[in-house]
Design a protein around this ligand. Structure first.
Ligand code: AMP
Length: 114
């Protein structure tokens, strides 16, 4: 069995994190190395390494994650503007192989992204 990712360890409460939202299917916590004044990582509790490993059975889960991000944005008072990022695979800079969204806010963001 492959070793637990850092995000699975957070789900299992083996390492600490500043959790901002949790429900049956997902968890959201502050990024340890924030790239904006607000930088939250949103993950499914189900271990899916990345988008390439997503299956049809995960369709509802992905919708659930987006509704959760809407709630988190409202809860954090950033509903007027935030960016959602998913780095998929090494060429896109994915470091943690547990699919996750970055929810970023609190500053202006450039487009196109770097
Ligand atoms: P990615 O490059 O898309 O895989 O993003 C991984 C993110 O996880 C980075 O922004 C890291 O700063 C963040 N990260 C790594 N370890 C932790 C941790 N223990 N707690 C919170 N965020 C973390």
């Amino acid at each position: 069995m492959s070793p637990k990712t850092v995000f699975k360890k957070i789900i299992d409460r083996e390492i600490p994190a500043e959790i901002v939202y949790e429900d049956q299917e997902c968890l959201a916590f502050k990024d340890i190395n924030p790239q904006a004044p607000i930088h939250v990582i949103v993950i499914p509790k189900k271990e899916i390494p990345n988008l390439e490993e997503l299956r049809e059975e995960d369709e509802a889960l992905i919708g659930h994650l987006f509704i959760a991000m809407q709630r988190i944005a409202q809860q954090m008072g950033i509903s007027t503007g935030y960016r959602v990022v998913l780095n998929n695979g090494p060429d896109a800079g994915q470091e943690v192989m547990h699919m996750h969204f970055h929810l970023l806010a609190g500053r202006k963001f450039d487009w196109p992204p770097g």
